[in-house]
Design a protein around this ligand. Structure first.
Ligand code: NAD
Length: 495
């Protein structure tokens, strides 16, 4: 039965709220309490069509708007985001459950992309080569591609949508965002503020929903490009469907990131970094450190220091306790899946040093305590499968070479980090690790906005990654112009 006191969220199309005709809804929770705070509609496909038609119409004038005018909107947007910084961070904490400081980091990373978008008058400059032939000049420019779509996951409600729409729009495209049905509020606020900053109606639209909306976005003939971030299984579906329908697709998927600790690592900062990488955002990060490898004698020291650090962690409801070190996971299904994963790992032979099911936890909400598994082997499922929760698996390879072999076992390729004082080991690691984002004495090497977010292997499908120069290339296409003008000088030379 529908509880009328729980708000049902509307789509945002052509600069106005439009109630969906959906008959199926997803409950949005406050993960710290388990309370239902809203319902997201599973919009039917024709509501996507309505958004595409509005976005297509808006493209005609927005793509011809002078670039300084486009960037002026993003300068104002940046100011508005700064003014509303705490309000948005609290919204993130409320619907996602991450701590307030993590929510601030989520938004800060998004704002950095807006700052990068503000530089479009410089970054979108083309190239020219005068006199490429007699009396002929050549130049190349980057042109917008049309209506673009973005499909985003629950774990970074601000940063991931902002990887996409600011760059797409500053390049002259119009955009349809399909945020995660689990965290719609932040996306709605980001869209409202973009309008307040001066985006014309129809340039940024928001359609809520699940599979039906995603499939329509991937197949609609008037959509030029699809950006996707989420699990690898869905990334693969989106990539296949979108490219089959002639679209550009960038699809970032899941991860299983390894943290390697050499015996000479500087221990205090290493432990802090591992705890942050393993349990930050309750392990719900595509750059989470999921497997820690204590090489040689590093193993014993690590297991002792990590258990001590875990015991000191405060796991509290993040909506009321800004001092919390770790919050809940996103929903009841995730909590139950993670509890089962601990059970399964123990069944495979992992030693459960700290068990997130047994720790004293807040009574309400979707909590799993920080968990440490030791004596994990590379062939175990727990070592190869993305768990996306606060479960850290520890392995004890003898040598750097054995540790490097672990990194090939998942087939995923987001990040890998090494902690060492040995430049040679660090260099070997950086060159040989089969993934696109490497940390050396850095826990979570998530690239800042001027660099691309560079997943490899099954962590990314496509040619051009999100963010940075690759982000701009993804949302533009190249035009090359050759011109020959009959001028006095050329005539004199007989050209
Ligand atoms: P998800 O794949 O369940 O959902 C992502 C998006 O796809 C959502 O908008 C959702 O509505 C939609 N979706 C879900 N199932 C679908 C289906 N069957 N058909 C079509 N669309 C569908 O992911 P999530 O649980 O929201 O997010 C967690 C995942 O995202 C993790 O695997 C994490 O590693 C990954 N992630 C990756 C990156 C990266 O940069 N590589 C960044 C953040 C998160």
């Amino acid at each position: 039965m529908i509880n009328e006191s729980i708000p049902t969220l509307s789509n945002w199309i052509g600069g106005e709220n439009r109630a969906s005709r959906a008959t199926v809804f997803t409950d949005v929770h406050n993960p710290s309490t388990g309370e239902i705070i809203a319902r997201t509609p599973a919009s039917p496909a024709d509501e996507v069509d309505a958004a595409v038609s509005v976005a297509k119409e808006a493209f005609a004038s927005w793509s011809r708007t002078a670039i300084p005018k486009r960037t002026a909107v993003f300068f104002r947007y940046k100011e508005l985001l700064e003014a509303k910084f705490n309000e948005i961070a609290e919204l993130i904490t409320q619907e996602n459950g991450k701590t307030l400081s993590e929510a601030q980091g989520d938004l800060r990373r998004g704002i950095e992309v807006v700052e990068f978008a503000c530089a479009a008058s410089h970054t979108l400059k083309g190239e020219t080569l005068p006199l490429i032939s007699e009396a002929m000049d050549g130049s190349s420019t980057r042109e917008p591609i049309g209506v673009c779509a973005g499909i985003t996951p629950f774990n970074f409600p601000a940063m991931v949508p902002m990887w996409m729409f600011p760059l797409a729009i500053v390049c002259g495209n119009t955009f349809i965002l399909k945020p995660s049905e689990k965290v719609p509020f932040t996306a709605i606020r980001l869209a409202e503020l973009a309008m307040e900053a001066g985006l014309p109606e129809g340039v940024l639209n928001l359609v809520h929903g699940g599979r039906e909306v995603v499939e329509r976005l991937c197949t609609h003939p008037d959509i030029a490009a699809v950006s996707f971030v989420g699990s690898s299984a869905v990334a693969e579906q989106v990539y296949r469907l979108g490219t089959h329908h002639g679209k550009r697709v960038q699809a970032a998927g899941g991860a299983k990131n390894v943290m390697l600790v050499m015996p000479d690592a500087n221990l205090d900062p290493t432990i802090r970094a591992i705890i942050g990488a393993g349990f930050g955002c309750a392990g719900q990060r595509c750059m989470a450190g999921s497997v820690v490898l204590g090489v040689g004698e590093a193993g014993d020291t690590l297991s002792q220091r990590l258990t001590e650090a875990i015991d000191r962690m405060k796991v509290l409801p993040t909506d009321r306790h800004p001092e919390s070190d770790m919050g809940p996971v996103i929903d009841g299904a995730a909590r139950d899946r993670l509890r089962q994963a601990i059970e399964n790992a123990a069944g495979e032979g992992a030693q459960v040093l700290r068990d997130g099911r047994r720790r004293a936890l807040p009574e309400r909400g979707f909590f799993v305590g920080p968990t440490l598994l030791d004596r994990v082997e590379p062939e175990m499922a727990v070592a190869r499968t993305e768990l996306f929760g606060p479960i850290l698996s520890m392995g004890r390879p003898e040598q750097l070479d054995d540790a490097m072999a672990w990194m090939h076992s998942s087939g995923l390729g987001n990040g890998a980090v090494i902690f060492t004082q040995d430049g040679g080991a660090a260099r070997t690691f950086a060159r040989e690790a089969p993934c696109g984002m490497i940390g050396i004495n850095v826990g979570v090497p998530a690239p800042m906005s001027v660099f691309a977010f560079s997943g490899w292997n099954r962590s990314f499908l496509g040619d051009l990654h999100v963010q940075g120069t690759e982000g701009l290339l993804f949302y533009t296409r190249q035009k090359v112009v050759f011109s020959r003008w009959d001028d006095q000088y050329s005539r004199k030379l007989g050209w």
